[in-house]
Design a protein around this ligand. Structure first.
Ligand SMILES: [Zn+2]
Length: 209
């Protein structure tokens, strides 16, 4: 599996480009900004983008989605519980001093358990409300990899003080869904360095009983 991680935009959101080495089909997760750089990576690996997956409707994760869709023709996928937040992108842009990205249109809603296929690579959607109502993680069981969005970070967890955030819900999502994964699962968070489920289970101060 091809996997490139590119920090994009002023908040350095980790955008993932995931591709199948045989079919060259690809998925882009969280194209928040810097779409020219994302497209250069896609070209470098000679990939065809089939899906644009958004882990949650915060501007740093979804800001470049329409531009990537225009360039690739790939549909944009988001959990339906974040549609309301998507209508507040202009306000989100003002908060962090970004240019408003304009309206983002979702092509397909993705719920808990939805299987996403890229060539021979299979992943599934884990609904992890808390940071936002519609936050999801994308889990690749064969590759033992979790794209965690802003639900789990190395040594921290997503903030829950923004609209739609809930500390109760994020703790429930982390303990019942995320920590249910095997310890040797690599975690690629929405920002900052990669980690593993085992490392976070042991040392993350927010996850200690
Ligand atoms: Zn973020």
């Amino acid at each position: 599996m091809i996997h490139e991680i590119l920090p994009v935009g002023p908040l350095q959101c980790n955008c993932s480009v995931i591709g199948d080495e045989t079919t060259r089909d690809a998925m882009v997760i969280d194209p928040g900004d810097d779409i020219e750089d994302v497209l250069a990576l896609i070209q470098k690996h000679n990939l065809r983008v089939k899906q644009i997956v958004i882990t949650h409707a915060h501007i740093d994760h979804v800001g470049g989605a329409m531009k990537l869709r225009a360039a690739t023709g790939a549909p944009i996928l988001l959990n339906q519980n974040d549609y309301a937040l998507l209508k507040m992108l202009d306000m989100q842009a003002a908060w962090i001093g970004m240019r408003p990205p304009g309206e983002v249109k979702i092509d397909e809603a993705v719920s808990q358990g939805r299987v996403l296929k890229i060539g021979d690579i299979s992943s599934s959607v884990i609904h992890t409300p808390g940071q936002t109502e519609g936050s999801i993680c994308v889990y690749f069981p064969a590759e033992k990899k979790l794209i965690a969005g802003d639900t789990l970070f190395a040594g921290s967890i997503g903030r829950t003080d923004l609209p739609g955030g809930s500390m109760d819900k994020i703790m429930r999502s982390l303990h019942t869904q995320v920590l249910a994964l095997p310890d040797d699962t690599e975690v690629v968070p929405g920002h900052g360095p990669a980690t593993t489920i085992g490392e976070e289970r042991e040392t993350n101060p927010f996850l200690q009983k």
